[in-house]
Write a protein that binds this ligand. Structure first.
Ligand code: PGA
Length: 255
């Protein structure tokens, strides 16, 4: 069952200066803003930290929400280079991506740090987009379900059931990120179904949106989004081009 309104979120990664980001945000507004507000799809963009103020200003009054790509779990402290949830909220962020595979791979993110970040984000009123997914070696070793089960279990450990509807999961097979290879709708269906069961076992309901990510493009978005347990998309490369991102949003819009 589709968990409410679908969400299409753009993960800009380490692309776009503040100036470039503001220009992209203005172009997205032109393409996506409709009179009376957004229509049937929630849309968010997650620029790099330095671009958040400029992009937030460019999106002011639009239906497009702002998100960040990571945060620290502490409120403040001697953590050189880190950014807190409160700082993101103050900049107008509604969402924060947590546990992205690039953070896990290049920056030492672990299941344990993701768990702390999820709690801190929820406490600050942010909606975490918690990323899980297997590497190609794990898929080849038939470990996919075990890996995502472990990742989700750690991220959600100790959370009251009522909080499950306040977060979003994103299934992003690592082998599909930035590679042009997408999970087939059937592969995504299997994992999204398993994630939904994990949420249900924890007392969560259909309110938690489960996004798919990994080489989502305008051409494949509609087929993926037709799957009943795919509640939206986390889009990397194609979110950097307004025309492509807007086409993905249009493909997601319920008829
Ligand atoms: P991609 O990235 O769309 O470029 O594959 C997705 C992501 O990393 O969130």
């Amino acid at each position: 069952m589709m968990a409410g309104i679908p969400l299409v979120a753009g993960n800009w990664k380490m692309y776009k200066t503040p100036t470039e980001g503001a220009a992209l945000a203005r172009e997205l507004r032109q393409r996506l803003d409709r009179p009376g507000g957004p229509d049937g799809v929630d849309v968010a963009v997650c620029p790099p930290f330095p671009a958040l103020p400029a992009v937030g200003a460019a999106l002011q009054g639009s239906g497009i929400a702002l998100g960040a790509q990571d945060m620290h779990w502490e409120k403040e402290g001697a953590f050189t280079g880190a950014v807190s949830a409160g700082m993101l909220v103050d900049l107008g962020c509604r969402f924060v991506i947590l546990g992205h595979s690039e953070r896990r791979q290049h920056f030492g993110e672990t299941d344990a740090t993701v768990q702390r970040k999820v709690r801190a984000a929820l406490a600050a009123g942010l909606t975490p987009i918690v990323c899980v997914g297997e590497t190609v070696a794990e898929r080849d070793a038939a470990q996919t379900l075990a890996v995502v089960t472990r990742q989700v279990g750690a991220a959600l450990e100790g959370l009251p059931a009522a909080d499950l509807g306040r977060l979003i999961l994103a299934y992003e097979p690592v082998w599909a990120i930035g590679t042009g290879r997408t999970a087939t709708p059937a592969q995504a269906r299997e994992i999204h179904g398993a994630l939904r069961r994990l949420l249900t076992e924890r007392g969560g309901g259909p309110a938690t949106r489960i996004l798919y990510g990994g080489s989502v493009k305008a051409e494949n978005a509609a087929a993926l989004l037709r799957e009943p347990e795919i509640d939206g998309a986390l889009v990397g490369g194609a979110s950097l081009v307004a025309e492509q991102f807007a086409r993905i949003v249009e493909a997601t819009r319920p008829a």
